[in-house]
Write a new protein. Structure first.
Length: 636
């Protein structure tokens, strides 16, 4: 039995059980049968919880791009690897075959080499959703450079912080980007960032919007002429299993973003396996993950997972509502998409519009639907099921994280019966468990607790770049011998998991992971602000939106100060990006604090959600009188 592609619930339980009994054998079989290795491993897994250190397939040698591209050339060279669908539907879509991709990646890799980029160097990629984004990632991987993709919606300050954290030597960007009717001048943002990022020696610029750019002599160059003069052959570097593949930043509960480091072999095996099973990809299916490649979802399921499986994957440049709210559905019919993988926030936004936008299209090519990034509410699940899947496409509600590299808990379509709002069962090789606050495992069903993972799986992030202690503290210090996810979950009578939210100060807004601390830090830089606290509150489309409590230095400033509100959001946009803007800002005279000076976010969260009857005990506060004041002025 090949356990690479699961068929049926019975087989799932069999394979799952096997993987629990002998995880190493389970992953080893998958690794042996489905990839190109230049040298096999000496050991499957080395794991030390104390350090913590994890190594998968140690001793093995490989290049992930050989698995993504070269090995498909003989039999599937003409198959389309990427379909690029531009922002403007009147611009022709581009079909990039595996052969074309090979040439483009080799050329790009040669350009990187000519600029002195070597194995282990960090390259920052700040690009819109255009083919060069995927090509440049693969070009890095081809020569063993570590890519660090920064979502092109982040501000120059956020970009610069990320460049500096990893001391990137190069930035790859474009003149600008298209987002619906908007144009953003990305190169200007990069220029701004580079005023504070001295490690960058070279900037390669892709021409996309044709806007004017300033090229700094000796540092910046257009990419196209460099590519033209570069060879179409570039032998893939032989890399070690644990060589770093990429860094990707995610927010934490405190200050600096965490640069999660993923390595080569384990990540490859894990994303390949999960792509195949969760999306049930077959033959000539066309797969579309609508997430930006700047997030882990795009890394694993627009680029690496599909390519390793020789799939056709769509890169869509635009937004769901341009030229109108039917764009997603038009795209699905146009390219005969078989699998759609998107976020609950997108579904809720689409569901708010007139049904005629969906009904205009056939959507008969669809076979499997997926969601990711946040809990999907029942209403959105049914809308997706009824109107997009026509009750004929299983929905995979996939739970995972930037840190996990690949999907962890998800139904296997056509095998696992689905229930709305449940991510259902852990995939084979993943041992989920629930822990109580005393650090004991909660056994049995119909229980709720903190979601942990028991055994290291191949695509777990190996460290936080430059801060291994933070890695240990964040994920491995709460519970002995377990990876702590930061999420809460319940397990129902049948053993299905439902993710019920975060237990830390991370808020998921429109599927984006936002830490409260960096937003508060940004606000506190405003000269009029004394103190601030951010909490999440339920929002129809975004899932959660941000509510800011802000205490001003001069309490004489009117509480209706809209000008100040605008300025506060402007500062957030500057320091982080528009995704972190606050929906509501309440000016407060003081914030409820514990005796040790901690702001009581629990109370503020309840107030912002209109849940004032459940404020709970406030007697431990140093300033209980502030609670009434905050409640009296709440913006609901
Ligand atoms: C956090 C991770 C994994 C790709 C996108 C987000 C939340 C993710 C689900 C889901 C409920 C979910 C969790 C998790 N989350 N998927 N299916 N149901 N919650 O990656 O930015 O690292 O965020 O997103 O809270 O911890 P990320």
């Amino acid at each position: 039995m090949s356990n690479y592609h699961i068929k049926g619930l019975k087989e799932y339980f069999q394979v799952y059980g096997m993987a629990v009994d002998d995880p190493e054998q389970f992953w080893e079989e998958i690794a042996e049968e489905n990839f190109v290795w230049r040298k096999y491993w000496d050991s499957v897994l080395d794991w030390d919880f104390e350090k913590p250190e994890v190594k998968w397939f140690d001793g093995a040698q490989l290049n992930i791009t050989e698995n993504c591209i070269d090995r498909h050339l003989n039999h599937h060279g003409d198959k389309t690897a990427f379909i690029f669908e531009p922002n403007d539907p009147s611009e022709a879509a581009e079909h990039i075959s595996y052969k074309d991709l090979h040439k483009r990646v080799c050329k790009f890799a040669n350009v990187l080499k000519s600029k002195g980029i070597k194995r282990g160097d960090r390259v920052c990629i700040y690009l819109p959703m255009i083919p060069e984004l995927a090509v440049s990632m693969l070009a890095c991987a081809r020569i063993g450079a570590i890519h660090s993709v920064v979502f092109a919606g982040f501000s120059s300050v956020a970009l610069s912080t990320r460049i500096n954290d990893a001391s990137c030597k190069m930035v790859i960007t474009s003149d600008g980007s298209y987002r619906g009717t908007k144009k953003v001048d990305l190169k200007v943002i990069v220029d701004d960032a580079l005023n504070n990022s001295p490690s960058v020696e070279d900037v390669l610029v892709v021409k996309r919007t044709g806007c004017e750019v300033v090229l700094k002599e000796g540092r910046d160059e257009w990419l196209a002429p460099l590519l033209e003069n570069s060879s179409i052959e570039c032998i893939a570097e032989t890399l070690e299993a644990e060589d770093p593949l990429f860094i990707l930043y995610t927010s934490g509960s405190t200050g600096k973003p965490k640069g999660m480091l993923h390595t080569t072999a384990g990540y490859m095996v894990n994303v390949a396996y999960t792509f195949k099973n969760v999306f049930q990809y077959k033959g000539d299916d066309v797969f579309w993950c609508s997430a930006d490649i700047g997030w882990i979802t795009g890394h694993s399921y627009t680029v690496y997972g599909p390519l390793i499986n020789g799939a056709t994957s769509i890169i869509y440049e635009g937004v769901p509502n341009f030229p109108d709210w039917g764009r997603f559905w038009a795209l699905i019919d146009k390219h005969q998409v078989s699998q759609l993988y998107t976020a609950p926030t997108a579904i809720r936004a689409l569901a708010k519009e007139n049904l005629s936008y969906v009904e205009k299209y056939k959507l008969t090519s669809l076979k499997v639907l997926g969601t990711v990034g946040e809990p999907i509410n029942e209403e959105a699940w049914h809308w997706y099921n009824n109107n997009v899947g026509k009750k004929d496409c299983p929905i995979a509600d996939t739970w995972w994280q930037t840190e996990t590299g690949g999907i962890m808990i998800s139904p296997i379509p056509f095998s696992t019966p689905t229930i709305p709002t449940f991510a259902t069962l852990p995939l084979p090789g993943i041992q989920a468990c629930l822990m109580d606050e005393q650090g004991k495992e909660i056994k049995g069903n119909r229980v709720e607790g903190r979601l942990c993972i028991k055994f290291p799986w191949p695509s777990i992030a190996r460290t936080i770049w430059g801060d291994h202690k933070r890695y240990k503290d964040t994920y491995f210090s709460t519970f002995e011998n377990k990876y702590f996810t930061g999420d809460r979950a319940l397990r129902d009578a049948t053993g299905y998991y439902r993710i019920t939210g975060r237990v830390d100060d991370v808020i998921i807004v429109s599927g984006h992971n936002l830490g409260t601390a960096p937003i508060e830090d940004a606000i506190n830089e405003h000269p009029a602000v004394a103190e601030s606290a951010i909490v999440g509150f339920p929002h129809d489309i975004k899932g959660n939106a941000l509510y800011g409590y802000v205490t001003l230095k001069d309490s004489g400033l009117s509480i209706d100060n809209d000008h100040l509100r605008k300025e506060i959001n402007l500062i957030i946009t500057e320091k982080i990006g528009p995704i972190a803007k606050l929906d509501k800002i309440q000016f407060t005279s003081a914030l409820p604090q514990t005796r040790s000076g901690k702001i009581m976010r629990r109370i503020l969260r309840r107030i912002a959600s209109g849940d004032v009857d459940n404020i709970g005990d406030i007697s431990t506060l140093i300033n209980p009188e502030t609670v009434k004041d905050v409640m009296d002025n709440v913006l609901l």
